[in-house]
Design a protein around this ligand. Structure first.
Ligand code: HEM
Length: 199
């Protein structure tokens, strides 16, 4: 199916099984990474140190620092293998050619008055943008996980504190993404599109 065509002029989507699996694993792994990451953060908040801003226990996973680390390091395998598998899937099925934002979407943003087409263009921009955000979480996470093996990752960010802040920025980015992605998906393809991503 050519996804560069706005939704109005095509049959509403049945997502491929690969996309559904990716979506499910992403939701589970992101939930684990967010909540266990916030548990780790609470042990020594990057914003203000031990007396600094703490996250309420309702939003954390693991109970204490070691528990949070266990969840985070177990979840990182699901998170990164899921991302890797999606990359291979997009390459093999050649979905990379039409799945992501392209020049037609940018033109649509500049020219079209059609609100459906506009939502659709934004939808594609937003779900394309999450990929570099997730890769950055992975990259900075590897730098924090194995600083002795990858000291150049820490050096790239200037300091350990800066690396922590960039890694932490995945939390607001992911939360914002989920909210905007959900709303734009509904606007672009209605409940049917959202549901087709799961069942
Ligand atoms: C979107 C996904 C992710 C989110 C939202 C996330 C979030 C967080 C947060 C909030 C912290 C605490 C930061 C601090 O206060 O220093 C953290 C720590 C950490 N994260 Fe992640 N993370 C994600 C993915 C990853 C991945 C993929 C890896 C590994 C490859 C990773 C490895 C680490 C490590 C090593 C720490 C420090 C643990 C420690 O100091 O004990 N994270 N993460």
């Amino acid at each position: 199916m050519d996804s560069t065509v706005p939704p109005k002029s095509r049959k509403l989507p049945t997502q491929a099984i690969g996309a559904k699996i990716f979506h499910f694993c992403n939701i589970i792994s992101l939930f684990i990474m967010l909540s266990s990451g916030l548990q780790i953060y609470n042990a020594n908040p990057v914003f203000g140190g031990r007396a600094g801003l703490h996250i309420p226990p309702l939003f954390t996973l693991g109970g204490w620092l070691a528990g949070g680390r266990h969840w985070h390091f177990a979840g990182m395998w699901l998170f990164s293998l899921n991302l890797l598998w999606y990359g291979i899937y997009v390459l093999i099925t050649r979905r990379w050619r039409h799945r992501f934002v392209n020049i037609n979407d940018i033109k649509a943003l500049q020219k079209t008055q059609n609100s459906k087409r506009l939502s659709y263009a934004w939808h594609r921009i937003v779900y394309t943008a999450i990929i570099p955000i997730l890769l950055l979480a992975l990259f900075t996470g590897i730098g924090m996980y194995k600083p002795a093996q990858f000291p150049w990752i820490v050096d790239m960010f200037g300091s350990w504190e800066a690396l922590r802040i960039v890694h932490f920025s995945s939390v607001p980015s992911v939360i914002l993404f989920v909210l905007v992605h959900w709303q734009l998906g509904r606007k672009a393809g209605g409940e049917q599109l959202t549901e087709s991503m799961f069942w």
